[in-house]
Design a protein around this ligand. Structure first.
Ligand SMILES: [Zn+2]
Length: 313
């Protein structure tokens, strides 16, 4: 008899629970309980903002000019991370000194932690140093098609954490991916103005491997994929020889790295009796200041493309 009663009551209990969930959602609509989301880099944060819109409370850890390879989290950052409901980071060892902390938070299990670049198919990733435990190049945002896939991962993560707004996240994502498709087409059209033999992109550190593969550039850098080790005189000489040999017209400084290494390459080229221009400043691993053209992911990609095309065409 008791058992029968329980079975009879079950639908009523479920209905009550669902109604309770509905009540929580309406609180969220009033803006009182927005999903608390933290992103490490500006490029991830801007994409999360495009997907999440007004339904999330978003904190960005790494502002303009901050080098993610060498950034050490502050105590304030630790509190922010621990209070988050969802954390997005790049992964693939980009945030080298935050990696352990982020993995620990993920293991604790109370927070959804997603390394967006690590959700991409391995076949689409470029190699790095597998023997050092860093199998893949982390700078995936420089291929807009890969970033579209990351946008979908962000949509799926926010939708799972906040199902009440899943439909809005899906609509926002579709609109943003359309903008990314236009961006991708525009970059392809812009770089086609550069003759094939001049498509050599020389920068301070190796952040543009995915850009080179996607848009047809050979990519050379003084430092490797990370900025954790200093560039040597031999590295600078080797790159200067390449600039002379391939008659590269311009080389580029980066906003997250001291211009000294690239200026040293320019000086070494001049010492060998040749000229190479500084082609301008590229946003390699961080966005520009908010409110400036390079303050968004799309704006940053357009700035970099315009700078490269103007200097090399
Ligand atoms: Zn980098």
């Amino acid at each position: 008899m008791n058992r029968c009663l329980t079975i009879l009551l079950m639908p009523i209990l479920l209905l009550t629970m669902l109604t309770a969930c509905g009540a929580a959602t309406s609180t969220s609509d009033a803006g009182q309980q927005r999903l608390n989301v933290v992103a490490t880099t500006g490029q991830i944060a801007d994409t999360v903002a495009n997907v999440g819109g007004d339904h999330i409370e978003l904190t960005t850890l790494l502002g303009p000019g901050i080098d993610p390879h060498s950034y050490v989290p502050t105590e304030g950052n630790m509190t922010t991370l621990q209070n988050a409901q969802v954390i997005f980071y790049n992964g693939l060892y980009l945030e080298a000194r935050m990696d352990r902390v982020l993995q620990q938070i993920a293991q604790n299990g109370n927070v959804t932690v997603v390394a967006v670049a690590e959700t991409l198919p391995e076949l689409s990733l470029l190699g790095w140093e597998p023997e050092a435990g860093k199998p893949y190049d982390p700078h995936v945002w420089n291929d807009v098609r890969l970033w579209m896939q990351v946008t979908e991962t962000i949509r799926d993560t926010l939708s799972a954490a906040d199902p009440a707004h899943a439909e809005i996240y899906t609509t926002n994502t579709a609109a943003y991916i359309e903008e990314l498709q236009t961006l991708h087409n525009d970059i392809q059209a812009a770089v086609s103005q550069i003759p094939q033999e001049r498509r050599v992109l020389v920068t301070a550190h190796d952040a543009f491997g995915y850009f080179g593969r996607a848009y047809g550039f050979a990519v050379e850098a003084v430092q490797g994929i990370s900025t954790e080790t200093e560039a040597s005189t031999a590295d600078i000489q080797a790159l200067a020889s390449l600039v002379v040999e391939r008659q590269v017209p311009a080389i580029f400084i980066e906003t997250t790295i001291s211009p000294r290494t690239i200026e040293a390459v320019q000086a070494a080229v001049q010492a060998a009796g040749h000229e190479v221009k500084l082609g301008g400043e590229l946003f390699s691993d961080a966005l520009g200041e908010p409110g400036t053209p390079a303050g968004t992911y799309i704006g940053m990609m357009r700035h970099n493309t315009d700078t490269i095309v103007a200097a090399l065409r």
